[in-house]
Design a protein around this ligand. Structure first.
Ligand SMILES: *[C@@H]1O[C@H](CO)[C@@H](O)[C@H](O)[C@H]1NC(C)=O
Length: 407
């Protein structure tokens, strides 16, 4: 009876998947995992091929058996199937020839591993499985073997692990330690988020001035920043790096909001000094009107949320950007206030780039706690298999700076 056969098939498939899942979630070598996956697949094939009438395997068995036996990436890695839907397995990256000189980059600690894995899986499933772009990880401590093993196994491109030099993760010598400590104490009392954190300040300074100058990053022209626990809600069926390169874009964003003014009281003063010192770096068709409501006298706090960025490393390494960072670093606001890399990247982009070189990736649906960007056009959400709720889109919110965006 066909019914019995299918029932048997379903039971065996469920047991097989449970075994593979169990094995894959316990520490084991890839060789062992591959061996067990193949054994399970052979057992399923044996069972499925039994058909007293025709001797044929029942419909549907082929794809499932293939899903388990085929190693879709390369012979250096093996994947345990997480579902019987063949669409969920990674196809082999196929468009390498067409890629641009780009990498993903994540600043992470060993303790961020599992939150970062969640991000990596989304980036791979929604985009990178078809492209195989590299991924650079940066840390002020050496990465653990577990961190390297798990991330390398999930990423379709080459993974690289960099240790940040002490000079990029410490107080510069001109900083008055007592003054910096007093600020942290004061911000703690005023309950400013991360106000008393030293490591948060090193992180903001690193993301503002040094990540693009790490030896591993010098090997690339483009970067895409990925943080732990982000979500990508829609497929990305084209190459955003290539889009940027082909259209002369240098910086991009998906969410924009207002900075917490308490953290940047004198950032605009330092910015004005920079503008006076380096008029040659200020683009003619810039976005000053997005940053300031009074022709540049004061900063309105609008910035692109820099936990998502696809951008040009060449631009960050340019004199225009590094002169800006140098001015800010010398003025000491990373430690005497709590300057974040988001307003810094944003102000630099808005002033030193013509506005047509800044791109809003409306079709990249993104979440970083607590905000979501979800395309409001239904056609995009259908085409790209989006899973976000359009009402969650932050662009609607008054706190966003979207309505002020110049282009
Ligand atoms: C990528 O860009 C970097 C930085 O400009 C350069 O050193 C490197 O040779 C480039 N790699 C390739 C494959 O073109």
């Amino acid at each position: 009876m066909a019914g019995t056969r299918y029932l048997r098939f379903v039971i065996i498939a469920v047991i097989a998947l449970a075994v593979v899942f169990f094995i894959s979630s316990s520490p084991t070598s890839q060789e062992q995992l591959r061996g067990v996956a193949n054994t399970v697949a052979n057992k399923i094939n044996e069972q499925l091929s039994f058909n007293p009438k025709t001797g044929d395997a029942p419909t549907g068995s082929k794809s499932i058996a293939q899903d388990i036996t085929e190693d879709p990436l390369s012979d250096t890695r093996v994947e345990a199937p997480t579902s019987s839907n063949p669409k969920t397995s990674h196809p082999k990256p196929k468009v390498k020839a067409d890629r641009v000189n780009a990498t993903f980059v994540s600043l992470a600690r060993n303790g961020d591993l599992w939150d970062l894995v969640a991000s990596i899986q989304q980036v791979e499933d929604r985009f990178n499985h078809a492209y195989g772009y590299d991924w650079v990880f940066l840390n002020d401590q050496p990465f653990s073997d577990e961190f390297k093993k798990v991330t390398t196994n999930l990423i379709s491109g080459t993974t690289k692990y960099g240790l940040i030099g002490e000079e990029h993760w410490s107080f510069p010598e001109w900083i008055d330690q007592q003054k910096a400590a007093d600020v942290r104490e004061d911000m703690k009392n005023r309950e400013i988020i991360y106000g008393d954190s030293i490591s948060y300040r090193h992180m903001c300074r690193f993301e503002s001035g040094f990540f693009f100058r790490q030896p591993l990053m010098l090997e690339y022209e483009w970067y895409w920043r990925v943080e732990p626990s982000i979500k990508l809600f829609c497929d990305i069926p084209y190459d955003p790096f290539k889009y940027m390169a082909d259209h002369g874009k240098k910086y991009s964003f998906v969410l924009s909001l207002h900075e917490y003014k308490e953290t940047i009281p004198t950032l605009w003063d330092s910015t004005k000094t920079y503008m006076k010192e380096h008029p040659e770096h200020i683009a003619e068709d810039n976005m000053m009107s997005w940053l300031s409501d009074d022709q540049g006298d004061s900063y309105n706090g609008c910035h692109f949320w820099s936990n998502f960025e696809v951008g040009s490393l060449e631009w960050l390494r340019s004199d225009a950007y590094t002169d800006y960072f140098k001015r800010l670093d010398e003025d000491g606001g990373f430690f005497y206030e709590r300057w974040g890399d988001a307003p810094i990247h944003s102000i630099a982009a808005a002033l030193t780039l013509p506005k047509e070189q800044i791109h809003f990736f409306n079709d990249i649906a993104y979440y970083h706690v607590p905000f979501t960007h979800c395309p409001t056009e239904e056609s995009i959400r259908v085409d790209r298999k989006c899973s976000c709720k359009p009402e969650d889109n932050f662009d609607w919110n008054d706190y966003a700076c979207m309505s002020r965006r110049a282009s």
